[in-house]
Design a protein around this ligand. Structure first.
Ligand code: WAQ
Ligand code: MG
Ligand code: MG
Ligand code: MG
Length: 259
């Protein structure tokens, strides 16, 4: 494998997080990807931005973990309240206690960052007690430096097309979830968007895959977020966070899509 570059974008308005994106790309694609990220920050549904940061780091081939996408399962509900009930059920099936799942879902619904805003990253939640373990409740933990290989991206988009799911939200969320559930300490992930016009979300786990739920929040709602449910000793937490934030993770294998 060739050397790749981690390129990361983050945009904010007056210290409020608006948009972020992560890719892992060959050098000859850096320019195009940088422009696309800038455009995306400037046209974000969460509104205008006052600062955009772009960071590029070269990553050597030997520092890249190779991974696979989870299977995608579509769950269709009639309203977001039903969606939240289903998410709770799926989290419990994945091995999270009902108490922990309920607490995390309430925190996301209320806005998990101080002041009831969305966090920049994810909550780290004890899968048994529901206790929040991330050091910074505003920033949280950011899964980073993950992407699909060029071939895997093409294959995924082809597989999503017949289901009308070939959009950036789905591709990026599956990519992120693939890295997150690959960590043995992570029991499951819960997510719904902070974009006011995007109501879908998911529960992901290594065991049950990417369980997409078409409605997890009301239209217009800007409070969204992620919870990474963990089961491990305190002493393993720092290395888990380091792996999620720093280690490059390139997905070369695509799973199946179930309607
Ligand atoms: N690491 C950890 N948490 C993150 C990251 C990251 N790299 N990026 C975003 N978050 C958190 C943060 O709190 C955001 O507010 C929240 O997640 C939502 O991010 O149709 O679009 O990018 O199958 O708005 C899921 C459903 C869409 C896709 C998720 O999330 C589908 C989405 P967004
Ligand atoms: Mg996003
Ligand atoms: Mg796991
Ligand atoms: Mg968003």
């Amino acid at each position: 494998m060739r050397q790749l570059n981690s390129i990361r974008m983050r945009a904010e308005r007056d210290y409020m997080h608006i948009s972020g994106a992560e890719r892992l790309v060959p050098t000859d694609q850096l320019g195009d990807v940088a422009v696309a990220m800038l455009q995306r920050a400037l046209q974000h549904p969460r509104g205008p931005v006052s600062k955009i940061k772009l960071q590029v780091d070269a990553v050597n081939a030997q520092d890249i973990d190779i991974g696979r996408l989870p299977n995608l399962y579509s769950n269709t509900v009639m309203d977001w309240q039903e969606g939240r009930k289903l998410a709770l059920k799926l989290l419990v099936t994945a091995g999270v206690t009902a108490n922990s799942a309920e607490k995390a879902m309430q925190a996301l619904a209320d806005g998990a960052a101080p002041g009831g805003q969305s966090m920049r990253g994810a909550m780290l939640v004890d899968a048994d007690s529901g206790q929040r373990l991330e050091k910074d409740f505003s920033r949280g933990v950011r899964a980073s430096r993950m992407d699909l290989s060029v071939a895997a991206r093409k294959e995924l988009i082809e597989k999503l097309k017949p289901h009308g799911l070939e959009n950036q939200h789905v591709v990026e969320a599956m990519t992120l979830a693939a890295k997150v559930v690959a960590a043995p300490e992570i029991v499951a992930e819960l997510c719904w968007s902070d974009d006011p016009d995007y109501q879908a979300g998911y529960v992901a786990s290594a065991k049950d895959g990417y369980q997409r739920i078409n409605l997890l929040k009301p239209f217009g709602e800007e409070r969204g977020g992620r919870a990474f449910f963990v089961r491990c000793g305190r002493e393993q937490l720092a290395s888990l966070v380091d792996w999620l934030e720093q280690r490059a993770f390139l997905i070369e294998t695509v799973g199946d899509i179930y309607p």
